[in-house]
Design a protein around this ligand. Structure first.
Ligand code: NAD
Length: 405
């Protein structure tokens, strides 16, 4: 175990932070040293849990001399401004996906990090999941031959989880293309080598009460001739976790009694304010969160020994000499003569792969995979999904970067 710990300050103690907290608490390479959020219930809980300074403004976290890396977990619209604040104070940055909502913002964020000579990593996205990284290693090893085709599908109730109003407005980064495409496209790019040549897509906005895209279908072609078919529904009643071994996105066994709970819960909100309050209630510091994680609960955020790796639905990679299927337990390799599981041990720390990359970049100077240029290329493909659907034509991409060999 290394002695060096990254002194991390948090910008935004909402859903994303709540999901990263088990990692940040369990991974000894990170020390939480400050946080900012306008929600007093969240900052007060942070001060009680970690005994650190708390702020209501992101600028103050960035200016705190004890902070060396800022985790920007505010909404997409704020990413560019908050990354600029962090880099202007010379801090390294981990910023949530999607990197931003325009390519111009991405360019500004990359330039700011370069000027300040700090690391910029974009995540968590599910392309950090160990089974995806293992599938990529198998491909890079050469035994299965070149990737020819990828199929990725995910059916969830994403659109019916409680949302802030702007999460239902596409122009402000709302809808599943920005929030969920950022995971699915990132995975497909990683498995396919990174260089997407073109995108043809259709989107669905089927619920007038939630007037943003809740579904998409996209066909991606890669420079080397490979292609990928992606399907995402956030309107689903079917749950893809059923075909992922009954294991949920966060790696824990799915509780069948929770069927329909997102829609049931949402019926409690009579208007947008009540819905935003529902969202905050289940996040760090909120009333529902407090019920599950009392001060006496040792594992803040809910780590346990029964988890497998996280996932983002059904994925099959057709290679020249085998098909690969990443699973929460490893990677199934379907060859000519046998089908075998390339097994992975249970994760000790969920999402440790994010800290691996952050730590290696900051402490050892290794170039990260999920840097600004990588994430900008994924955003370019997300934007192309929206544009292709709008204009009913194929969109050619120009900002793509390859997976480093
Ligand atoms: N990787 C993942 O699994 C994952 C999961 C959820 C969200 N996300 C990403 O995280 C980002 C935030 O989404 P969310 O769902 O957590 O939203 P959220 O509303 O739950 O959290 C945002 C938090 O930021 C705070 N905030 C708002 N304005 C602020 C400001 N000016 N300064 C400081 N704090 C401020 C809010 O009070 C809130 O607590 C999005 O980009 C989203 O895509 C990632």
């Amino acid at each position: 175990m290394s002695e060096r710990r990254l002194r991390m300050g948090i910008a935004g103690l909402g859903r994303a932070f709540t999901l990263m907290l088990p990692t940040l608490v369990a991974d000894r390479r990170v020390q939480l040293v400050a946080a900012a959020d306008p929600r007093a219930e969240a900052t007060q809980r942070f001060a009680a849990d970690f005994g650190t300074p708390i702020y209501d403004k992101v600028e103050a976290v960035c200016a705190d001399p004890n902070v060396e890396v800022v985790y920007v977990a505010t909404s997409h619209e704020h990413h560019a401004a908050h990354v600029a604040m962090a880099t202007s104070h010379g801090k390294h940055v981990l910023v949530e996906k999607p990197m931003a909502i325009t390519l111009t913002e991405c360019g500004q964020m990359i330039a700011a990090a370069e000027r300040a000579r700090v690391c910029l990593i974009v995540g968590h996205s599910h392309s950090f999941d160990r089974p995806i990284l293992r599938a990529r290693e198998i491909i890079a090893g050469g035994a299965v031959g070149a990737v020819r085709m990828i199929n990725a599908q995910y059916y969830t109730d994403f659109l019916y989880r409680p949302r802030r109003p702007e999460e239902l407005v596409t122009e402000r980064g709302g809808g599943v293309v920005f929030s969920q495409g950022a995971h699915q496209i990132d995975i497909v790019r990683l498995l396919g080598g990174g260089l997407v040549r073109s995108v043809r897509a259709l989107t669905g906005a089927w619920d007038p009460n939630r007037p943003t895209e809740g579904a998409f279908a996209a066909l991606l072609s890669f420079d080397d001739g490979a292609f990928a078919s992606l399907l995402y529904s956030g309107y689903a009643h079917f749950d893809s976790d059923e075909i992922c071994g009954g294991i949920g996105e966060l790696g824990a066994a799915k509780d069948a009694s929770q069927y329909g709970s997102a829609r049931r819960n949402l019926r409690r909100a009579a208007n947008a304010d009540q819905e935003a309050a529902l969202k905050n209630a289940r996040n760090y510091g909120g009333a529902d969160y407090a019920k599950q994680h009392s001060a006496a609960t040792p594992s803040i955020g809910g780590t346990d020994d029964a988890r497998w790796h996280q996932h983002f639905g059904w994925i099959l990679v057709s290679c020249e000499r085998a098909d690969l299927r990443p699973l929460p337990t490893g990677v199934m390799v379907y060859g000519d003569d046998e089908a075998r599981l390339d097994p992975l041990p249970r994760p000790q720390v969920p999402r440790a792969e994010v800290i691996d990359e952050l730590y290696d970049a900051i402490v050892h100077g290794h170039a990260p995979l999920h840097d600004g240029k990588w994430a900008m290329a994924t955003l370019e493909a997300c934007l192309a999904v929206l544009q292709s659907a709008r204009e009913q034509r194929e969109i050619t991409l120009t900002h793509q970067v390859a997976v480093p060999s």
